[in-house]
Design a protein around this ligand. Structure first.
Ligand code: UT7
Length: 326
């Protein structure tokens, strides 16, 4: 039997409402030029107030199941990467399980911020190898618009909402996940965090003091992002016995075009082999890589046999990479 876990199908969904840079100009002291030049973002999709992220995630999952030709009843496990689930508990994975009627699965969430999707793939791959599971549904979904401080120009221009999903199964050949790599460094957790939690439960004071919104030291995070994603990519490549010259398509976390270009340069991967959609979605946190993967696959950017490298970075700090042969 092939030793590999493979991606059988993928899907993604974003809310219909588009928030433009011109609209942000009306909300904070920023400019269209600054956002495009410093971040490469032209627009982002934002969920309607009161809407459920689990609905968006379910749409992405249904698309992935349909592409994989796997019935919801045949899913053994649902792993959802998110830091913005519908509720504090239960896990959003359980809400999605109900919506999908995936009654034979076990379901739980993973909290690793922007790296959550690749952390989940790492976990799912290990479980596929060591358990009798046949299909694992991995979803990454975020509604960061729900925890953005809309008066803070340092962060509110960056983020968007969305969901991506993949169905994993057992490969019957040489295609599949060749390697996964995960790493974190909690010493830097104060560079990017949302303090709203059990230490600061909801109160008038926490709302007034913006204690339930995103705080980020952008410049420092930027520096760590380029170095860490380069390290993760090199580690995953080495584990797979490959070099960056073998990569047909690099799908990096979509946080900032300058970070994406920095990684391409450091890893010597030409721009035409690097997937970019940050201009259309902004930073959708954990959902960013699976949204891009689904777009690239459905858009014909990935062919059978291609080596695709995924790499992410986020709060924690966390970083991760995965090499897949399609
Ligand atoms: O997904 C998880 C990881 N997150 C990231 O990867 C984000 C990483 N960081 C970044 O992408 C960038 O650091 C930012 C886009 C957040 C900021 O870009 P930067 O080039 O690092 O800007 P900066 O923070 O060094 O700020 C430069 C200037 C400052 O003004 P002064 O102090 O030089 O007068 C900021 O106040 O730009 C100002 N600024 C803005 N100006 C217009 C910050 N945000 C804005 C804005 N519009 N929205």
């Amino acid at each position: 039997m092939s030793p590999f876990t493979c991606v059988l199908g993928s899907g993604h969904a974003v809310p219909p409402r588009i928030l433009t840079n011109a609209e942000l100009e009306q909300m904070v002291d920023t400019s269209e030029e600054w956002i495009i030049e410093r971040c490469g973002i032209r627009q982002r999709h934002i969920a309607a107030p009161g809407s459920a992220l689990s609905d968006l995630a379910t749409q992405a999952a249904q698309q992935a199941l349909s592409a994989a030709e796997v019935a919801a009843a045949d899913i053994d496990m649902i792993i959802v990467a998110t830091v913005t689930g519908d509720m504090k508990f239960p896990a959003m994975a359980c809400l999605i399980q109900e919506k999908l009627q995936a009654d034979n699965a076990a379901a739980f969430d993973v909290s690793a911020a922007c790296s959550g999707f690749l952390y989940s793939l790492h976990l799912a791959d290990s479980l596929m190898r060591t358990s009798g599971y046949r299909h694992i549904l991995v979803i990454a979904a975020e509604m960061l618009s729900s925890m953005v401080n809309w008066q803070d120009r340092n962060t509110c221009v960056l983020f968007g909402d969305g969901a991506g999903a993949v169905v994993l199964g057992r490969s019957d050949g040489s295609n599949g996940l060749l390697s996964t790599y995960v790493k974190s460094d909690g010493r830097h957790h104060k560079l990017l965090f949302n303090p709203g939690g059990s230490q600061h439960p909801p109160s008038h004071e926490t709302i007034d003091n913006q204690l339930a919104t995103i705080n980020m030291a952008g410049r420092e995070v930027f520096r760590h992002a380029v170095v860490s994603m380069t390290d993760a990519l090199n580690a995953a490549l080495e584990q797979a016995g490959l070099t960056s010259a073998d990569i047909d398509l690099l799908i990096p976390h979509q946080a900032n075009i300058r970070i994406i270009e920095g990684i391409g340069k450091r890893c010597k991967i030409p721009a035409d082999k690097v997937y970019v959609n940050v201009d259309r979605y902004g930073n959708t946190s954990a959902a960013s890589v699976p949204i891009a993967l689904n777009e690239a696959w459905r858009g014909g950017r990935i062919s059978s046999g291609d080596i695709v490298a995924l790499v992410t970075f986020g709060a924690g700090l966390t970083w991760s990479a995965c090499i897949i042969r399609f």
